[in-house]
Design a protein around this ligand. Structure first.
Ligand code: PRX
Length: 673
């Protein structure tokens, strides 16, 4: 790797940041990076020494096999060590670090009037009480607990309570449908579901309890339902003035199964001895879309995930104890797990925990919150930036954003225009933008700038983080040196990489290690420029990234095909100005059924019900037939051309019936007319 000497516009780190930065310049980054690869044992040992280990490791910091031809794929970190995640992110600060009175979270609700402040000491107390409640409900080490909650403090209490007693949390984003929730509960075989009665998202009231009831009913219909207890948080905005429950919301109650959170917590003791877990015991499962349509339960383990999220948070956001950090993600996604919960807490950070949406009650909400809490490090998604950009600079200029030091993005490629706007309108040209590339599977950042060290190129996730060794492979598996484009793979693990797909190790091996033996395959394309910078070019499998949410075409096609009028469906991605990508769906209807607006609406509704609002199709087009090869494979390349109205579709010789393409273009123009 060389220090960049490019002619294109680059942004040097600001001097004021470099003065007290953990990694003050590019040479320091390179030296640390080299050490992390040349002597990983010493590098990670030094990091591990900052944490509490009930028993030290007997094995090396990292052991692994990435080559399917040599046996099972595995990664182990600190074998033999015993520890507890919750102890490390809470007790360690309160008992040993004198941070008990430090604010862990400024919680900011959906409506501006709703907020709360939670110190580390208070957090520990809530978590212990919740841990005791779970134990009372019979939850033991290794049991799974599904959590379907909005962004309220109870979500943090619940996840850390699981971590404290060694239960494995499976958090399901509270925008998912009852179908998606039930699928995840059944796969995890959770014994407890933690949910809330309802929540306002912007102006919209969502009956989470009803969705949860439906999900549990669906589990029962398919097999016996594993959930014996449903713990229900009464959301503060559902409380009425008289104090009687849920006047605004109709919810049903199963007194054998359902328990109010407040009632359960009321007499629960504040002391709870942590369960001392093996370094490689599971910490959580988080489901992510798989290209077959069935979500994969990505499993992360205790010690490696602790080391990695903690270290990446410290360096990528150059964390200092007086910072106020805000990541706008939802904890239902990996970004929230790693960079709202575990990474910041491991560092004793003060974070904003935001329940609302960027445009409610006004389009300056993000900026208002930054001013209110004097946020110094701000981490959001390109899709949010593009959305807010549409309203121009005026809503940003109303607020004092001088507290900001570092800006971050995650989840999808950021286009140069959005990068520039973020850098100038929000950061006033003084804050580096760290474009962090990573995945649910990687646990933490893997390609990322370090704010005081890395000269930035807008749109590039720049260089690998410590311990990460990327490589670019050709279709034939040859490693490409220098300037190159191909498959992004990693040659060795870092502590935070996933360990398996829950209950399906074979799928783990097939998905990530089979195509190129010896490498972890990300599924993303990448380009390396002449300065060694990495540029993510997007997914190379059948996955789409809508507003930073990864979903598989198969999942959406599966939902569309459930409609009795549909005989076949194919979904492709079409570029979208705000969401990055959007869903363009082709449906072939059964004989003599007409395509019309009512059917289109029904199909959209069906996908929302089956997956959730994030998967709502943007376009649905009638397809009398789909372009297929003679062996019957749908040619998605051609469908992508049609979706984008690109007439130059290239070689059609492999198609069974090339006429189909013209038909689809003509259907498209009719629909547009
Ligand atoms: O395609 C990449 C894209 O998001 C995928 C991972 O999605 P998920 O597991 O849901 O995790 C999202 C949050 C980490 C990747 O395979 N992606 C993520 N970050 C970036 C990105 N694409 C380009 N640039 C990024 N910074």
């Amino acid at each position: 790797m060389v220090v960049p000497e490019s002619q294109e516009k680059m942004y040097d780190p600001p001097n004021n940041l470099q003065r007290d930065a953990h990694v003050p310049d590019f040479d320091s980054y390179q030296a640390m990076y080299r050490k992390s690869l040349e002597d990983p044992e010493a590098f990670w040992k030094e990091i591990a020494d900052e944490f509490f280990w009930k028993k030290p490791a007997t094995g090396p910091m990292l052991q692994y096999n990435f080559d399917v031809s040599k046996g099972n794929i595995y990664v182990k970190c600190m074998e033999g060590a015993k520890t507890n995640m919750c102890y490390n992110v809470l007790d360690r600060h309160v008992r040993e670090g004198n941070l008990g009175e430090k604010v862990a979270y400024y919680w900011e609700g959906n409506s501006p009037g709703h907020h709360a402040t939670i110190t580390y000491r208070q957090l520990l107390s809530h978590v212990c009480r919740c841990a005791n409640v779970l134990k009372q409900m019979g939850v033991k080490k290794g049991d799974r607990v599904s959590i379907y909650l909005p962004m309220i403090p109870e979500l943090i209490y619940a996840m850390l309570a699981c971590a404290r007693i060694g239960a494995v949390h499976s958090i399901v984003f509270a925008g998912f449908s009852s179908e998606s929730l039930s699928e995840r509960i059944m796969d995890a075989q959770s014994s407890v579901l933690i949910t809330a009665d309802g929540v306002y998202r912007g102006e919209k009231l969502i009956n989470l309890k009803h969705i949860s009831d439906e999900a549990l009913e669906k589990c029962r219909e398919k097999e016996s339902c594993s959930v014996t207890t449903c713990l229900v948080v009464k959301h503060h905005s559902m409380r009425t003035i008289s104090g009687t429950s849920c006047n605004k919301l109709q919810i049903s109650w199963d007194s054998q199964r359902d328990v109010w959170w407040d009632e359960a917590m009321a007499d629960s003791p504040e002391e709870c001895e942590p369960e001392w877990l093996d370094a490689e015991d599971p910490l959580f499962i988080l489901y992510t879309s798989g290209s077959t349509g069935k979500p994969k339960g990505v499993m992360h383990t205790v010690a490696g995930y602790l080391l990695y999220t903690s270290l990446t948070f410290k360096y990528v956001f150059d964390h200092h104890l007086d910072d106020v950090y805000w990541c706008t993600a939802d904890i239902g996604w990996i970004t929230g797990h790693s960079y709202i919960a575990y990474g910041p807490l491991a560092n004793g950070a003060t974070s904003v925990l935001f329940e609302g949406i960027p445009v409610h009650p006004h389009v300056g909400r993000f900026w208002e919150i930054i001013e209110k809490y004097k946020v110094s490090k701000f981490y959001t998604a390109p899709t949010a930036i593009r959305l807010l950009m549409k309203y121009g600079r005026e809503p940003v200029q109303k607020y004092d954003l001088s507290s900001l030091r570092i800006l971050g993005t995650v989840g999808e490629p950021i286009n140069a225009e959005a990068w520039q706007w973020y850098y100038e309108a929000v950061g006033h040209g003084r804050c580096p933008v760290v474009d962090t590339y990573w995945q649910t599977e990687t646990g933490g950042h893997v390609l990322t700038p370090l704010p005081a060290a890395t000269p930035l190129k807008p749109g590039s996730a720049t260089f690998p983080f410590f311990g990460v060794e990327p490589s670019i492979l050709s279709e034939h598996g040859e490693e490409l040196a220098g300037e190159a484009e191909g498959y992004l793979v990693f040659r060795r693990p870092w502590p935070g990489i996933m360990r398996t797909v829950y209950k399906n190790h074979e799928r783990f091996e097939n998905t990530y290690f089979k195509k190129f033996p010896g490498f972890y395959v990300t599924g993303d394309g990448v380009r390396r420029d002449k300065d060694g910078y990495y540029w993510i070019t997007g997914r190379i499998d059948d996955m789409l990234n809508v507003s930073g949410h990864l979903m598989s075409t198969a999942e959406v096609e599966g939902a569309l095909s459930l409609h009795p009028a549909v005989s076949e469906a194919a979904v492709v991605s079409r570029p979208h100005k705000v969401k990055g990508e959007s869903l363009y769906c082709f449906v072939t209807l059964k004989n003599s059924i007409d395509f019309n607006k009512t059917l289109e609406d029904e199909l959209k509704k069906l996908v929302r019900e089956k997956i959730g609002p994030i998967a709502t199709p943007d376009f649905i087009q009638n397809a009398p037939a789909l372009p297929k090869t003679r062996s019957g494979k749908i040619m998605r390349r051609i469908l992508r051309n049609i979706a984008r109205n690109e007439r130059d579709v290239g070689d059609l010789s492999t198609l069974a019936d090339p006429k189909v393409v013209e038909e689809l273009f003509s259907e498209r123009s009719e629909a547009a007319a």
